[in-house]
Write a protein that binds this ligand. Structure first.
Ligand SMILES: [Zn+2]
Length: 222
């Protein structure tokens, strides 16, 4: 608890202490789970959990996600510039939290299936999945017959520009497809989210597994 209090003091936030502690624990658990699955090689990926309407807990740049310590987590207010030590990609988290008040957690991984399949789908600007029972693990999908759309963006080292494109695309109304709670960056990885840490973790695991299914299936179909 003393460590949690020091985190709170450092950020000067008036956030409820238990919400802060829960968010930090959620970030640490998510990083550990992703590392166990080999989805965050070589310190890649980043993980965030909302503390309240105005603040998130998020991993620092360049830390081992499988062995996160309290010092590896930043308490980032959404209304101010990124704190020193932030990942450049933290802006993709903060922008999405500002746009989507319903989001409670965002997990980003450089998982193998997502990274490879995103390159194959990049020319279309989206990946469409259908026919998989597991897609029902995604919020709002009720049947294997639904068409699930995962937006795919070209990778970009200009994160502000990329963030603007993501925000604009995600604000567009969906067509016949159900837009997944996540998107792909081509040759880079997957962003997935949920209303809670548990939902974000379920979406992340479902999407990554669906990508593995799809990659295998494409090997055997023209
Ligand atoms: Zn990344």
């Amino acid at each position: 608890m003393a460590q949690t209090i020091s985190l709170k003091t450092e950020c000067g936030s008036a956030s409820d202490e238990s919400a802060l502690a829960k968010a930090v624990a959620g970030v640490i658990a998510a990083g550990r789970a992703a590392a166990f699955r080999h989805w965050v090689p070589a310190t890649s990926g980043n993980f965030s959990v909302r503390i309240d309407a105005d603040t998130i807990a998020i991993t620092r740049s360049g830390v081992d996600k499988g062995n996160l310590q309290l010092a590896d987590i930043l308490i980032q207010p959404l209304a101010v510039p990124l704190l020193p030590g932030s990942s450049a990609e933290a802006e993709l988290h903060t922008a999405l939290y500002r746009q989507r008040p319903d989001l409670g957690a965002i997990f980003h991984v450089h998982s193998p299936a997502a990274t490879v399949l995103s390159r194959l789908a990049a020319p279309e600007g989206r990946l469409l999945l259908t026919g998989w029972e597991l897609q029902k693990a995604l919020s709002g999908v009720r049947t294997h017959e639904a068409i699930v759309e995962i937006p795919v963006f070209a990778n970009d080292q200009d994160i502000s520009a990329l963030s603007g494109r993501v925000d604009a695309r995600l604000a567009e109304p969906g067509g016949d497809a159900i837009v997944a709670p996540g998107y792909l960056l081509a040759g880079h990885g997957l962003y997935a989210w949920g209303a809670t840490e548990a939902e974000a973790a379920r979406h992340l695991e479902a999407l990554e597994t669906l990508f593995e299914f799809e990659l295998s299936y494409r090997r055997f179909t023209p």
